[in-house]
Ligand binder design. Structure first.
Ligand SMILES: Cc1cc2nc3c(=O)[nH]c(=O)nc-3n(C[C@H](O)[C@H](O)[C@H](O)COP(=O)(O)OP(=O)(O)OC[C@H]3O[C@@H](n4cnc5c(N)ncnc54)[C@H](O)[C@@H]3O)c2cc1C
Length: 416
């Protein structure tokens, strides 16, 4: 069923009784051309682009829970392409361009909102680093504007400019950045892939990878064995666990990232703001809740839940930047598990196991990458070659020293 003003009007006249489910609920077939492990944003986007761009439709997405139950439905929905390094800039800009046409491509309202992303700076050194990043972005054809204090004050007069411990000197603004409704992104990709014949298999946990002669030829699942010519991993925070089923040890650690939403408020903040002197970023959802988050937990964990020390840390930063937030009531708080790579950049590559492909290492920035990640992973699976904007995302770059370390933090995942 195609969604349009006409389908909406016709359903209105029929009392909205004729809507069909957004995707089917098929039983797994014994064999597929491609199995994608993980029904998060990246797995679903890969399925969509395999079907729509490469005509490969004998595909199953295997999800251990329900579609979108992982990080794609837990993030703070920020999308942007304000990267510094050549390995990252073209990839994230492709993603931004795909976001800009996504709703037409999927025939689904993902509520993509280019309301602007503003990174605040609080010192001369930070301003210089932001100026450098902005210049690198503009040289690569990405929009960037360096703002001074008064320009930021005009946009966000309620921030603490006059008594702050870390006075706001200005910000780097990407106007094309913004947000998208995270779970609608998962639903839109799932519906589009399903409409081309891809099977979405929910409540189907992959428990083993079947090997023959050094090649991956299928998976063991909680719904029985399934064979496949190609197997693609897109399981985010569970990447190390699933790769271990094929005998691989990845350069990835899993850490929890937490987020918060407040009670619904009238329109208050019309862009995304990140604090440059603490761990805090904030925007407002279309329902009115203030959506915000902070830094990852410093230790390894697979627990998808929050904890008190991070609440304190995030609220401290919130109050330091925007004292008025002290009057707002919090509604919910949650956590997701992040696949933190050793240089903070992702991996989209083949693996030493024939027939097994890897999409991982998204750290806490993989939501914005969802369209390009699926696009490039589908390209790799279909053609055997990396897409031209993802050639740097190799699994062996940690052995060869060709790391892509945006923060210059070294091989310490909790610092990226
Ligand atoms: C609190 C929070 C805030 C964030 N904020 C942002 C942000 O503002 N901007 C941004 O760009 N990024 C953000 N991120 C990061 C982003 O959400 C992730 O990098 C991205 O969603 C990861 O890709 P995914 O959507 O495919 O992951 P997921 O949605 O986690 O998908 C992986 C799927 O694999 C499934 N799976 C795992 N193991 C198995 C198995 N054995 N068998 C079958 N299925 C399995 C899981 O159930 C899961 O559904 C945030 C993350 C969190 C948690």
């Amino acid at each position: 069923m195609r969604y349009s003003i006409f389908s909406l009007l016709s359903q209105t006249l029929r009392g909205h009784k004729g809507w069909t489910p957004a995707w089917r609920d098929p039983a797994p077939k014994p064999e597929y051309d491609v199995i994608i492990i993980g029904g998060g944003g990246h797995g679903l986007a890969t399925a969509h682009y395999l079907a729509s761009r490469h005509g490969i439709t004998n595909v199953a997405v295997l999800e251990k829970g329900y579609l979108g139950s992982g990080n794609v439905g837990r993030n703070t929905t920020i999308i942007r392409s304000n990267y510094l390094l050549p390995g990252n800039t073209p990839f994230y800009e492709l993603s931004m361009k795909l976001w800009e046409g996504l709703e037409q491509d999927l025939n689904y309202n993902a509520m993509v909102s280019q309301r602007g992303v503003l990174n605040l700076y609080h010192s001369d050194a930070q301003r210089d680093a932001f100026a450098r990043r902005g210049n690198a972005m503009r040289l690569a054809g990405v929009d960037a504007e360096l703002l001074g204090t008064e320009q930021v004050r005009a946009m966000l007069p309620y921030l603490d400019f006059d008594n702050a411990r870390f006075p706001i000197q200005g910000g780097l603004l990407q106007r094309r950045g913004g947000s998208a409704r995270h779970d609608a992104v998962a639903w839109g990709f799932a519906r589009a892939a399903d409409s081309r014949g891809v099977d979405m298999i929910q409540n189907c946990e992959v428990t083993g990878i079947t090997m023959s002669g050094g090649r991956a030829i299928g998976v063991e699942t909680s719904r029985g064995p399934i064979r496949a010519k190609k197997i693609a991993m897109a399981v985010a925070g569970n990447s190390s666990r699933v790769a271990a089923m094929a005998g691989m040890r990845l350069p990835i650690e899993t850490h929890v990232l937490q987020a918060f939403v407040s009670e619904g408020l009238k329109p208050l903040i019309d862009c995304v703001v990140t604090y440059g002197a603490g761990h805090f970023y904030i925007s407002q959802s279309d329902k009115g809740g203030l959506v915000f988050g902070g830094d990852i937990d410093g230790y390894n964990s697979y627990a998808q839940r929050g904890n008190l020390p991070v609440i304190e840390d995030v609220m401290e930063s919130a109050m330091a930047l925007w004292p008025g937030l002290g009057r707002v009531r919090m509604l919910r708080h949650w956590g997701g598990v992040m696949d933190m790579s050793m240089d903070g950049s992702p991996i989209i590559d083949t693996t030493p196991v024939d027939g097994l492909y890897l999409n991982a290492g998204w750290c806490y920035g993989g939501f914005k990458a969802t369209p390009a990640s699926g696009f490039c992973f589908a390209h790799l699976i279909a053609t055997g070659q990396p897409h031209e904007v993802a050639t740097a995302y190799r699994l062996d770059r940690f052995a060869t020293g060709r790391v892509i370390d945006e923060k210059g933090a070294g091989a310490q995942p909790n610092l990226h």
